[in-house]
Design a protein around this ligand. Structure first.
Ligand code: FRU
Length: 496
């Protein structure tokens, strides 16, 4: 018996010291294979659809097709069979189904559906023929996206270019037209088209050659968005492009007005980024949200093309999606700024525990919690301290460090000692963003999920999303004060 117990204890120590399972719990990942951009985020009849760039045959980019998942609450997702596979052409080439969107054609403007059927879905995607062409094509579904028919007169928009992609379509009710944003990636140009039937597209205007042009432009979207606390709407143009740290990828945004034909941005004296981490890209908003859902909701791809094909999750799956985020604008002295918050439904899952209230920390506090998947809320008053930090996913020397430096007002996320970092020379990094204290306080909400960290700062004024790959499994949390003591107004953790 004693021997058995010894073996059991040895096994337990061995298992708990073993490498982590990186698969997140509340971020969607497909059961297997490679994913990139979310495509066709659409709500219909109680179901949120997440279509996405998917390789049905492997765990690296290739054979691009649309995968499909659905959710009733935007938190728990169910994977459905492949929606739009790549397809062969008569000349022996193959068309890959690149990024795009899905709209509900409730007025049957396309004529694809039976009379009086108001639930027809139309997918607008880039038909990509490797090395040859990119044009926009459409497909339609009468059974809530379970099966699709490609339009027999595709493509519907072709400029004869090799790089012309990622259509995103909205319904512009004031003029009863569909509006498409689509990019010429190498020209840093978004084109706006209109259509009455999703088949014939007429160019309205162009926007571009400004903002971040350190990388090509991809995945544009134009969205009507409310201004916090005011009865006012503006227009948000998001583009996937370069990062504040040169060479990486991120999303930038412009805020402005749209008269149904042209987007005119507000004057802005800095480049505005949606997410300051390395791993948030190709995000697009949901289409056809319920009328009482005033704030647009977006999901992004958690990854960076710089190393996306090499992240060490690859044995079964590779790539993930962010949690769904609600978006609004906040009017600040420097102009309108994007605010993002995880959808409220996330708060309804799991159990929250209050771990500290008005506590003073003079040097280090080891939080009485261990884990790798949680939703943490921390509000700190640094008082006279020079800095404070939060060590997450800590086991011995391994930890991810989130640190706030009071003098420079800089928040950093350091993943250089977070676990596996050597799988790609571009992975190990420190993200930095300037965020002033508000009334002497810093508010952090951290969604930690096995290998994904989404850090929402000051109620979503700034967000940082990063992969980290912890190899150990103690999952401790510590809070450190530097220079002088800090006051933790609140610390609560919700587990799933
Ligand atoms: C963005 C992107 C898109 C393209 C798709 C291909 O990540 O490069 O521009 O449509 O991925 O998978």
């Amino acid at each position: 018996m004693k021997q058995l117990l010894t073996i059991f204890c040895f096994l337990m120590t061995f298992i708990s010291g073993m490498a982590q399972d990186f698969r997140p719990v509340f971020h969607y990942t497909p059961p297997q294979n490679w994913v990139n951009d979310p495509n066709g985020l659409v709500y219909l009849d109680g179901e949120y659809h997440l279509f996405y760039q998917y390789n049905p045959f492997g765990n690296k980019w290739g054979h691009m097709s649309w995968g499909h998942a659905v959710s009733k609450n935007l938190v728990k997702w169910e994977t459905l069979p492949l929606a739009l596979p790549e397809y062969p052409n008569s000349d022996g080439t193959t068309t890959m189904v690149f990024s795009g969107c899905v709209v509900v054609d409730s007025l049957n403007t396309s004529g694809f559906f039976e009379k009086d059927f108001h639930k027809g879905l139309v997918a607008i995607y880039t038909s990509h023929i490797e090395g040859k062409a990119q044009h926009q094509s459409i497909a339609y579904s009468s059974d809530k996206g379970r099966t699709w028919q490609r339009y027999d007169k595709n493509p519907v928009l072709d400029l004869g270019m090799k790089d012309f992609r990622d259509p995103n379509v909205i319904w512009y009710a004031e003029r009863n037209v569909w509006i498409m944003t689509v990019v010429k990636p190498l020209e840093y140009t978004v084109q706006l088209y209109e259509s009455k039937d999703l088949k014939t597209w007429v160019l309205l205007s162009e926007f571009g050659k400004q903002g971040d042009m350190t990388k090509i432009w991809e995945c544009p979207s134009l969205t009507k968005i409310p201004v916090e606390g005011k009865n006012q709407y503006k227009w948000l143009l998001m583009i996937s492009s370069g990062h504040r740290q040169k060479g990486y990828l991120a999303m930038q945004y412009f805020v402005g007005d749209f008269d149904g034909k042209q987007f005119v941005p507000q004057k802005q004296d800095e480049i505005l980024y949606v997410d300051e981490g390395k791993d948030f890209y190709a995000g697009i908003p949901f289409s056809n949200l319920r009328a009482n859902q005033k704030m647009p909701i977006m999901i992004g791809w958690v990854n960076d093309w710089e190393y996306a094909n090499d992240i060490p999750t690859g044995k079964t799956w590779r790539g993930a999606f962010s949690v769904a985020r609600e978006m609004a604008l906040r009017l600040t002295p420097s102009g309108y700024r994007l605010i993002q918050k995880p959808v409220q439904a996330l708060q309804k899952v799991g159990k929250s525990v209050l771990l500290a209230k008005n506590s003073i920390i003079s040097s280090v506090w080891k939080v009485p919690f261990q884990g790798y998947s949680y939703d943490l809320i921390l509000e700190v008053q640094p008082q006279k301290a020079e800095a404070f930090s939060l060590r997450l996913f800590q086991s011995g020397q391994e930890a991810t460090l989130i640190r706030y430096d009071v003098a420079s007002q800089e928040l950093s996320l350091d993943r250089t000692k977070s676990g596996l970092v050597d799988f790609h020379p571009r992975f190990s990094s420190i993200e930095r963003v300037k965020v002033p204290l508000q009334k002497g306080k810093l508010h952090l909400r951290i969604l930690a999920d096995k290998s994904i960290l989404e850090v929402y700062v000051q109620g979503g004024e700034k967000v940082m999303t990063d992969w980290v790959f912890p190899t150990k499994s103690e999952g401790e949390i510590a809070i450190l004060a530097e220079g002088s003591s800090i006051k933790v107004n609140t610390l609560s953790i919700r587990t799933f």
